[in-house]
Design a protein around this ligand. Structure first.
Ligand SMILES: [Zn+2]
Length: 518
């Protein structure tokens, strides 16, 4: 308020004091005995004095202006002055008089303030993955009104992959501040409190909470766990104590809550898209059995598509490639009746796997001979997955001994790949799915591999599977060895500042997040 009073003309500016000295020492003494002053105020006073003198004041001649009240100044100059004040003083300044209030209500001051703070924090806008053991995560940092807010995106509750993403704020930065932007931790249920952000380098920053007691609940750990369980999983303690996933859930709570919102984030980009891509690349929510729903990034790399985990679990951590799709090897599903037989599907897939192996062997031999059977580099844009370079395994019909397999070969010619029409789909008997509500028609299928590992990412192994494209926004994967099915549904949220500066930068980013958990 001291600053406001002076600017208002209630207290004299420095220029005024000089003139006052000529009038009488008593007044001067009073003015000088004021508890003085922080450097910011000094600067403001000096600025105001200079402005007041601009019309012919100090040093400009013998006739000083009759008054030095800031009220006399044109609004443009007042905007200049007010814009240089600490943001926290502006609300009190607005209470001084209607003229000041009017000026402070002009957008200019706030917009400039936003630009200045934004400039410092511009590097934290966009998408980030926290370094939080195997679990990962998706943080979206955006400008929202007078704040920069870090939103943690969470998948919907298991197994509802088609539901929208959920999000909660983890921190915010005030754009009202100029000298030192106020950072608040938003973690917990007791409102914003003191936090800190450290921008380590362009693609990395850390958050810190300075008041972690704000994260604690009156009911202790028990209440914190119940609340977390309800929010994160949509479950109650009673629910999960009937399931074997209780251990996994408890472990995640204990592991993640110990961080207390002190996290390091690394930048992630959305995958670049190409007109020839099978579908638009992007983020998907997928079912991962007892681990619940996880976020996977689908990207295209020439003849392959990859699903990279943005969130992870103790088996396959975030950053790893959960599925890889071989776009050069279509799989022609048999008719629905035959598809119900797991053995039949397994036979088809393993046949393709053998074919892939042979081709790889030939390529390697060719490379040794200097011939190179496949001249195009794997980085070359794909030529369109609808035209596979190899024969469809179902059409080969390698002398099936049983009737089911014979039936499998029969319908293939009636299902032209380019028709764009769906073909019936059903999960083979014995393949488990979190979600019975999966699509019953699909566009096309490809051979792929899925990464499985023991707890703690021990003995990771790529195992054969089937990638099923249902439509533009949904796909599935049958894990042959696990006899289980994952359903993926597109994350429809739009993200700004998440584009990779180049395809190389995107590849680099994938490599980096993978190496962190390998
Ligand atoms: Zn906090």
């Amino acid at each position: 308020m001291a600053v406001c009073a002076r600017l208002c003309g209630v207290g004299p500016s420095r220029g005024c004091r000089r003139r006052q000295q000529r009038r009488g020492p008593a007044e001067t003494a009073a003015a000088d005995s004021e508890p003085d002053t922080d450097p910011e105020e000094e600067r403001i006073e000096a600025g105001a004095a200079a402005l007041a003198g601009a019309g012919g004041g100090r040093g400009a001649g013998p006739s000083p202006p009759p008054r030095c009240s800031l009220l006399e100044l044109p609004p443009e100059l007042l905007v200049e002055i007010f814009a240089s004040l600490p943001g926290t003083d502006l609300p009190s300044l607005a209470q001084v008089c209607t003229k000041f209030r009017r000026i402070l209500h002009t957008d200019t001051i706030w917009r400039r303030r936003c630009r200045e703070v934004l400039h410092r924090y511009r590097h934290i806008l966009g998408l980030w993955q926290p370094d939080i053991g195997p679990y990962g995560g998706l943080l979206n940092v955006v400008v929202d009104g007078l704040f920069i807010i870090g939103w943690m995106y969470l998948p919907p509750h298991d197994p509802h992959v088609d539901d929208p993403m959920r999000f909660k704020p983890l921190f915010r930065v005030h754009l009202m501040e100029r000298k030192s932007a106020t950072v608040e931790c938003m973690y917990g249920h007791r409102g914003p409190h003191n936090g800190h952000i450290q921008i380590v380098k362009k693609d990395e920053f850390s958050t810190k909470c300075n008041q972690t007691d704000h994260h604690r609940m009156s009911g202790g750990r028990q209440e914190e766990f119940r609340t977390w369980l309800r929010e994160e999983w949509g479950r109650t303690l009673e629910d999960i104590f009937h399931e074997h996933m209780q251990e996994l859930i408890l472990m995640k709570f204990i592991y993640t809550s110990q961080y207390d919102n002190c996290l390091t984030y690394r930048r992630i980009y959305l995958p670049p898209s190409h007109p020839d891509d099978l579908i638009r690349p992007g983020l998907f929510k997928g079912t991962y059995g007892s681990h619940g729903l996880e976020i996977v990034m689908l990207s295209f790399h020439g003849k392959r598509a990859r699903g990279t985990k943005i969130t992870g679990d103790p088996n396959i951590p975030a950053g790893q490639q959960t599925v890889e799709i071989d776009l050069m090897h279509r799989i022609q599903l048999p008719d629905v009746e035959s598809l119900r037989s797991f053995n039949e599907l397994s036979r088809i897939v393993l046949e393709v796997r053998e074919q892939v192996r042979q081709e790889q062997q030939q390529q390697e031999d060719g490379a040794e001979d200097g011939e190179g059977r496949a001249p195009q580099s794997p980085r070359e844009p794909q030529r369109g997955p609808a035209q596979p370079s190899v024969e469809l395994p179902a059409e080969k019909g390698g002398g099936p001994a049983d009737g089911e397999a014979a039936a499998a070969a029969a319908p293939a010619p009636e299902q032209p790949a380019q028709s764009g029409q769906g073909q019936p789909f059903v999960l083979p008997v014995g393949v488990s799915s979190r979600n019975e509500d999966y699509p019953r028609t699909c566009r096309m299928c490809f051979y792929g591999t899925g990464l499985i590992a023991g707890h703690g990412f021990t003995s990771p192994e790529r195992t054969p599977g089937v990638f099923i494209l249902f439509d533009e926004d949904r796909f599935g994967f049958i894990w042959l060895e696990l006899k289980s099915f994952s359903l993926y549904s597109r994350v429809r949220a739009t993200f700004r500042n998440a584009e990779a500066p180049s395809p190389q930068a995107f590849e680099e980013m994938l490599k980096n997040i993978q190496s962190l958990t390998s």
